[in-house]
Ligand binder design. Structure first.
Ligand SMILES: Cc1cc2nc3c(=O)[nH]c(=O)nc-3n(C[C@H](O)[C@H](O)[C@H](O)COP(=O)(O)OP(=O)(O)OC[C@H]3O[C@@H](n4cnc5c(N)ncnc54)[C@H](O)[C@@H]3O)c2cc1C
Length: 434
């Protein structure tokens, strides 16, 4: 790179948001450089592992023929668990995928590498092992970035910031004015546990190429706001757990101890038995939602993905918001290029595009949820217990009539939680997820 080389667009970060943005702009003929601090894209990236087909197909329609997919998800289960039991709710389909599957698992190292290579094939210049240290400002407008390389200043009409959670560049570009609060970020840990594919298929009752997911809510998070997960890969399981940083601070539980407890759960242990831990990973997840989002555009810059708090934690969605936001940011830049106008006003079309998509609609829908979980994580201990007790009681055939059982369940329920409290919990929960 020569000093102060000029591009149409600089994209910072080759995660899902950055590669989607770079691919879309390069395909439209723009001169794009994609900068990644890792030695290769995905080297430092972590996720549970479920990606969504529709949003990836919007960028790479034929991805199914060449993307490094682990397993197509045919069954999703939700466990409402106590320490020794779970009420399981789930959905399984025999028709999981037409051409584009709804969801599939990936391992980020191969996936991110592949996605960035598609941006390269479309014409973007991928530069790895390069940390962006600052934005370059020209009369208050973002005009480029300063990298850690010796000849490292790069200029562009637009910088698309996709540097993930705790975005340093969002602050430097003036998009984020404050620090992220501990209740606005979760810390998640995960292990990749190797198992033979036949064992995975037998334990999860799936066929070759098919996979299952289990999300576990309840006492496993020990009163903290969060959940655990088990996702099937081809020859491994991704087993993880996460909770709000504010709750880790309050309880003094360590993320490692949290995951160990999940792995020791009597319903989890048989699923992972005999497995070999091949990787241990930890990463933050931005959970602050709509209210914690930074400004999304300024003169000469846009921000997408985790860097912009675009995560829908309740639905385990982040990668899809990142890919869609990256694509929409790119489409905004392509239009700005046609007008020759990269001012904040011109780039404000990005926010409108997001507003018309599921991204902002969903984040707005759940905008009160992060505070609610921060304040009411005790419900994740109380209700799983009550629900498991009620179902267990109802399913136990012990000679008591069903009407008697109903009465007993109600008595037990109201002894633990008054009617007034039950109504209040129900109303408050409904208010934040309606
Ligand atoms: C444990 C865990 C489980 C998750 N599970 C799921 C799931 O199952 N499904 C789902 O959809 N989402 C999940 N998520 C969320 C999902 O991973 C993110 O929402 C998604 O990765 C966001 O993509 P991104 O491109 O915005 O950011 P990232 O994937 O974080 O990518 C940012 C990139 O920028 C690079 N970078 C950062 N700073 C710089 C710099 N200064 N210079 C150069 N490069 C830089 C990083 O190295 C990285 O490659 C999970 C997250 C975690 C942590």
């Amino acid at each position: 790179m020569s000093e102060a080389e000029k591009f149409d667009a600089i994209v910072v970060g080759a995660g899902p948001a950055g590669s989607a943005a770079a691919h879309t702009m390069a395909k439209a003929g723009l001169g794009v450089v994609l900068l990644e601090r890792g030695d290769y894209p995905g080297a430092k990236n972590v996720m549970g592992g479920v990606m969504y087909g529709r949003m990836l197909a919007d960028v790479i329609p034929d991805f199914m023929t060449h993307a490094p997919i682990e397993r197509v998800i045919v069954e999703e289960r939700l466990w409402i668990a106590t320490d020794d039991s779970a009420v399981s709710i789930g959905h399984k389909t025999a028709n999981s995928h037409g051409e584009i599957p709804n969801a599939f698992t990936v391992l980020r190292a191969p996936f991110d590498r592949w996605f960035a290579s598609k941006a390269e094939e479309a014409g973007a210049l991928l530069v790895t092992g390069t940390v962006v240290e600052d934005v370059i400002l020209d009369n208050g407008r973002v005009a480029g970035v300063r990298t850690g390389r010796a000849d490292g200043d790069l200029l562009a009409d637009v910088v698309v910031i996709c540097d993930g959670v705790h975005s340093f560049l969002a602050k430097r570009a003036g998009l984020q004015q404050r620090e992220i609060e501990p209740h606005e970020v979760a810390l998640a840990v995960k292990e990749i546990i190797a198992l033979p594919k036949e064992t995975i298929q037998e334990r999860f009752n799936v066929s070759e190429g098919e996979g299952a997911t289990i999300e576990i809510y309840g006492t496993v998070t020990q009163g903290m706001g969060g959940y655990a997960f088990i996702y099937t890969n081809r020859e491994s399981l991704s087993v993880g757990a996460g909770a709000l940083m504010s709750h880790f601070m309050k309880t003094k539980i360590t993320p490692y101890a949290l995951l160990e407890r999940v792995k020791q759960h009597p319903l989890v242990r048989p699923l992972i038995a005999g497995g070999q831990v091949v990787e241990y990973l930890a990463h933050a997840i931005p959970e602050g939602g709509y209210k914690a989002m930074p400004k999304l555009y300024t003169d000469g810059a846009l921000i997408a993905g985790d860097a912009a708090m675009m995560v829908n934690g309740l639905h385990r969605e982040g990668s899809n918001l990142a890919i869609t936001a990256g694509r929409l940011a790119a489409e905004t830049v392509i239009e700005a290029k046609a007008k020759g106008d990269f001012s904040a006003q011109s780039l404000s079309a990005y926010r409108e595009k997001l507003q018309h998509s599921f991204v902002l609609k969903d984040l707005q829908k759940y905008q009160h949820l992060p505070e609610f979980i921060d304040r009411h994580s005790d419900l994740l201990g109380i209700y799983p217990d009550l629900v498991n007790h009620a179902v267990h009681e109802m399913l136990t055939v012990d000679g008591m009539s069903k009407r008697e059982k109903q009465k007993k369940i109600w008595r037990d329920l109201t002894a633990r939680r008054s009617l007034w409290q039950l109504l209040k919990d129900g109303y408050q929960t409904w208010k934040v997820i309606r």
